[in-house]
Design a protein around this ligand. Structure first.
Ligand code: BEZ
Length: 225
């Protein structure tokens, strides 16, 4: 069964990209990584997504996340499309984007990583790539996978929010509740006993009373990373 599940190690594939040949593990190094796939070059939604991703590159860099895109066309198309993406951003229409785009014209990687959208096909009837978001940790294991169909563009503010949650919860024994934003209170994870939680979170724990009498809704201010 192709595809990646949470906790799986990123495959160490070799690929041609707009910034030369890469080996994925070398590309990631010790950083976090985000791999986002696109149905096709020169398509409208993808152009807006890559434009937004380019604008947000400093935010990903601040979080030590290396960005890489994938689309099922070749490097020359990617470079030519990059000019359109920069122009869409009202920037100089150069071939340079702040992240590489993987060339996958034979769809080999898209198949291996489970990225195809069976409902969206090109003029030859071949399936296009869905909009996958994979976030890898510094251990190269998959920490997050989101899969959108080709017809729905992603929300990159949400992706940054998720990265903030992933990075916080990777190092602290907390979980982030619904609609959490950086700076909001977080939840103490259920497996942590009250006594240990008190030691770990000296800023205090607020437990909301519930009809069940069970004391599992435990909030604490967001700890510093
Ligand atoms: C787009 O990027 O605009 C797109 C690509 C494939 C199907 C639908 C939309």
């Amino acid at each position: 069964m192709p595809g990646l599940l949470l906790g799986d190690e990123a495959p160490n594939f070799e690929a041609d990209t707009t910034q030369g040949k890469i080996r994925f593990h070398d590309f990631l190094g010790d950083s976090w990584g985000i791999l986002f796939s696109h149905p096709r070059d020169f398509t409208p939604v993808c152009t807006t997504e890559l434009g937004r991703a380019a604008k947000l590159a400093p935010e990903f860099a601040k979080r030590n996340v290396k960005m890489i895109a994938l689309s099922i066309d070749n490097v020359n198309d990617h470079l030519s499309w990059s000019k359109d993406i920069n122009a869409y951003n009202n920037d100089e229409p150069s071939e340079k984007l702040p992240f590489p785009i993987i060339a996958d014209s034979k769809r080999e990687l898209a198949i291996k990583l489970g990225m195809l959208d069976p409902d969206e096909r090109d003029k030859d009837g071949m399936p296009l790539t869905a909009r996958v978001v994979f976030v890898f940790g510094p251990d190269k294991k998959l920490k997050l996978s989101i899969l959108y169909p080709a017809t729905t563009g992603r929300n990159f503010d949400e992706i940054l929010r998720v990265v903030d949650s992933l990075q916080l919860t990777a190092y602290k024994k907390v979980a982030t509740p619904v609609d959490w934003k950086p700076g909001d209170s977080v939840m103490v994870i259920p497996s942590l006993a009250d006594e240990e939680a008190k030691k770990l979170f000296p800023e205090g724990i607020f437990t909301k009373e519930l009809p069940s009498g069970k004391k599992y809704l435990r909030y604490t201010p967001q700890p510093n990373p």
